[in-house]
Ligand binder design. Structure first.
Ligand code: AMP
Ligand code: TRP
Length: 379
């Protein structure tokens, strides 16, 4: 299915892609990715995608694919269902969430004539490379990661060396970043567009690639660059001290791509702001709620924070601000919600997309894995 949503800026691409630094921002520019780039990313099947996923990841996946017409570039986007099971999942719900995730990606405008869309568990090479890379990843590096700690309900400062943490943490959850490194390296990916929260995992992935390359005296794996989106972190609407997340117990703190105009209106109406009167300005420390709304508009409109604040200069109070933000979000998501509803009714179409994506992904994955095995003496 081809993209219905081509109105986003074609210019918003990574200038920085040309630079040597490993962490780069996807910024408004008209530069292109170098030839033979492999852009890879994944999202967990936690159901419908929210505004944080959309602005932190999926919108930039689409922008990258739309803005680069060089056929030597590949765009590979997956549903990380093997990562999802690092925390127990009800099988029926997981199955439903996998469909919802694929439908959300399609509804968000990913064009399958340009992007490979697939389920991680359908390509067994991920699990195989995971094992090879787990053997090259130090427990210390894994222990420094923070995502497993939040998923195991531990604080960022806790350590696997603490007896209770050790007992409560499953090995799969602890080793999760090695699987993520396998996902990326399996396709010899060069660029990985993600939200800020994944920077740490990407750093670990580069270190694993370096270890592999130096152990086997090869330059087989490229060191993948992190592409951070301009709207790096979208915060909870109710508690703007933390990131927007599906697991937030307060339902109105998170807006989904599939929310109706009424739901969006209500959630923005209830969003935490502050008691500062008068004109709107960006100050994430003093005005985290208002600044989060400005950041959301900036991400949706492909404009800088300064431009957005300038556009908002006619606004004199919180109600006007909220009406303004509400309209922009509704406009972005209305058609996507309708397409999502249609797609969810057409399972066989969703199946066909995933089968096609799996076959194309496997072709690349099996060739590369064979080469890795040769390098390691396992062929
Ligand atoms: P997850 O839903 O945790 O699998 O995240 C999928 C993608 O969305 C990753 O690239 C995350 O970095 C990004 N992401 C998730 N939550 C947010 C958020 N609140 N703000 C920005 N990006 C996010
Ligand atoms: N860990 C990522 C998240 O929680 C999902 C993910 C799995 C991923 N494998 C990946 C992201 C590879 C980028 C590249 O969002």
């Amino acid at each position: 299915m081809s993209s219905t949503f081509t109105h986003i800026s074609r210019r918003s691409l990574a200038t920085a892609v040309k630079n040597a630094a490993s962490v780069q921002e996807i910024s408004v520019s008209n530069s292109t990715l170098p030839p033979n780039s492999r852009i890879f990313s994944m999202i967990q099947p936690t159901g419908r995608i929210h505004l944080g996923n959309y602005l932190g990841a999926v919108k930039s996946w689409r922008t990258l694919a739309e803005s680069n017409t060089d056929p030597s570039n590949k765009f590979i986007y997956g549903i990380a269902d093997l990562h999802a099971i690092t925390v127990p999942k009800d099988p029926k719900q997981l199955k439903e969430y996998r469909y919802q995730a694929i439908a959300s990606l399609l509804a968000s405008g990913l064009d399958t004539s340009k992007c490979i869309l697939f389920f991680q568990s359908a390509v067994p090479e991920h699990a195989e490379l995971n094992w090879f890379l787990t053997c090259m990843t130090s427990m210390g590096a894994l222990n420094r990661m923070t995502q497993w700690k939040s998923k195991a309900q531990q604080s960022d400062s806790s350590s696997i060396l603490e007896e209770n943490v050790l007992e409560m943490t499953k090995a799969g959850l602890f080793c999760y970043p090695a699987l993520q490194a396998a996902d990326i390296l399996l396709y010899k990916s060069t660029h990985v567009p993600v939200g800020d929260d994944q920077s740490q995992h990407l750093e670990l992935c580069r270190n694993v690639a370096k270890t592999f390359n130096s152990t086997y005296n090869t330059d087989y794996f490229p060191l993948p660059k992190t592409l951070l989106t301009p709207a790096k972190k979208i915060l909870s609407l109710k508690t703007p001290a933390k990131k927007m997340s599906k697991s937030d117990p307060v339902a109105t703190s998170c807006i989904y791509v599939t929310d109706t105009p009424e739901e969006i209106t209500l959630k923005i109406k209830k969003a935490t702001t502050d008691s500062i009167q008068g004109q709107v300005y960006f100050d994430p420390v003093e005005r985290p709620g208002v600044s989060n709304l400005i950041n959301i508009v900036s991400g949706l409109s492909n404009k800088s924070i300064d431009e957005v604040v300038e556009d908002m200069s006619f606004i004199n109070n919180h109600k006007e601000l909220k009406d303004y933000v509400t309209n922009i979000i509704i406009e972005e998501f209305d058609a996507k919600r309708q397409l999502y509803d249609e797609l969810m009714k057409d399972r066989s179409y969703l199946e066909s997309i995933c089968t096609q994506g799996r076959d194309t992904a496997r072709e690349i994955a099996s060739t590369n894995l064979q080469e890795v095995k040769q390098i390691m003496g396992l062929d």
